[in-house]
Design a protein around this ligand. Structure first.
Ligand code: FAD
Ligand code: SF4
Length: 347
């Protein structure tokens, strides 16, 4: 058996796809654009993962180790596919790496190029980049991962913090009408971590709807009942500077039907997930379709969710839409099975 399969992207989805294929005896080429494996959880130094607060380093570290120590997987870091052509039922791809260009023929391909974080600076009402103490959930993950959990403006612990949900998601004004699925749960998880770290710090979450779907709802109840997180149905319309180095959230409490104006030490924006430029780049290079939201489009979302419009090219993880790590890992395995079947049939 000598099937050769190309996996593009070394995040949770790509790592699991590569490992599953290698266990079937397939030779895998794994091309990762960054200089390290692990995808967004590694890049932004996630600390603990929802739902069960497992240390991210343990979970992602295990996935990386499995791929790095497997003799069937050749990992190319700081590398991209520079040229891609169909060759009958197979594919000729050139991997551009710091060691030069290498062209190989592959029996099938898995695209697992993931997502980009919405940049909150695109919506002026959030004053991101204007005030040091307005950050977003990926910034907070990084700060927690680095053990540097203080107000950026003065290095002091915050006395009160506001989370604002649905930043860059469910918002036609910025062009993203979809829900990013994970940001409610990430915010609730981070609110709990903040309260654990700074028991005297008050934490508010301003929401339109709370979508801690499935069993993630347990975290929502835990945040309210065990950690006294204040969860307020309201829209923040503006963030301005306040007295004593605070930032003011102005908006409307939609249950009490009244305006509010509250000064906070820190504001955390729950930025959503986007397909990002890598999805359009993959679409262009490999001849794949994008959906109306800018993610890669499966052939059939129900019957063939891991097949792309191009026979022999498969999709896994957040490149097809927002999702949690467990779903991304599961999709990596499922796409590996599809890619393997195609490769064996056409070898
Ligand atoms: C702030 C935040 C916190 C989160 N916390 C959790 C959590 O606690 N628990 C949970 O279950 N989920 C969490 N998630 C969701 C989680 O990040 C995703 O489910 C997961 O990262 C998706 O994995 P992926 O492999 O599909 O994509 P990614 O993690 O995005 O990895 C894709 C990889 O592909 C690479 N790549 C991109 N383009 C190319 C290219 N052209 N060539 C080569 N390589 C390329 C990238 O560099 C990256 O390494 C969180 C999300 C956010 C926004
Ligand atoms: S998961 Fe929550 S914060 Fe994220 S877009 Fe959906 S409703 Fe908004």
């Amino acid at each position: 058996m000598a099937e050769n399969i190309l996996v593009i992207g070394g995040g949770p989805a790509g790592l699991n796809a590569a490992t599953m294929l290698s266990e079937l005896g397939v030779k895998v080429t794994l091309a990762e654009r960054d200089s390290f494996l692990g995808g967004n959880p590694k890049k932004f130094k996630y600390k603990f993962l929802f739902p069960d607060m497992q240390p991210a380093d343990d979970v992602i570290g295990k996935l990386i180790k499995k791929a790095e120590t497997n003799s069937n997987i050749k990992v190319y870091l700081s590398s991209e596919v520079s040229d891609f052509k169909e060759n009958g039922k197979k594919f000729d791809a050139t991997i551009k790496s710091p060691d030069g260009n290498e062209t190989k023929t592959f029996d099938s391909v898995i695209v697992a190029t993931g997502f980009e974080h919405f940049d909150p600076a695109r919506d002026a009402k959030y004053s991101y980049q204007l005030f040091d103490d307005v950050i977003d959930i990926k910034d907070l993950e990084r700060m927690m991962g680095e053990g540097n959990f203080v107000r950026p403006s003065n290095g002091q612990p915050p006395k009160n913090v506001a989370f604002i949900l649905c930043v860059g998601s469910r918002d036609r004004h910025v062009g993203n009408q979809y829900c990013s699925r994970v940001c409610c749960t990430v915010s609730v998880k981070q609110a709990i971590e903040l309260r654990e770290h700074f028991p005297d710090c008050e934490v508010y979450i301003f929401y339109m709807d709370i979508r801690t779907y499935g069993f993630f709802e347990d975290l929502y109840w835990k945040a309210m009942e065990e950690y006294d997180v204040q969860i307020v149905k309201g829209r923040v319309a503006e963030i301005t500077s306040g007295e004593n180095n605070t930032v003011i959230c102005k908006g409307e409490d939609t249950l009490l039907r009244g305006p509010f104006e509250i000064p906070f030490d820190m504001v955390v924006l729950a930025s959503g997930m986007e397909g990002g430029p890598q999805s359009s780049e993959m679409a262009k290079k490999l001849g794949l379709e994008l959906d109306e939201h800018g993610f890669l489009k499966p052939q059939n979302v129900t019957l063939a969710p891991f097949k792309s419009n191009k026979e022999g090219v498969f999709l896994a993880g957040a490149c097809t839409g927002p999702k949690a790590i467990s779903d991304s890992i599961t999709e990596g395995g499922a796409a590996a099975m599809d890619a393997y079947i195609y490769a064996v049939k056409n070898h």
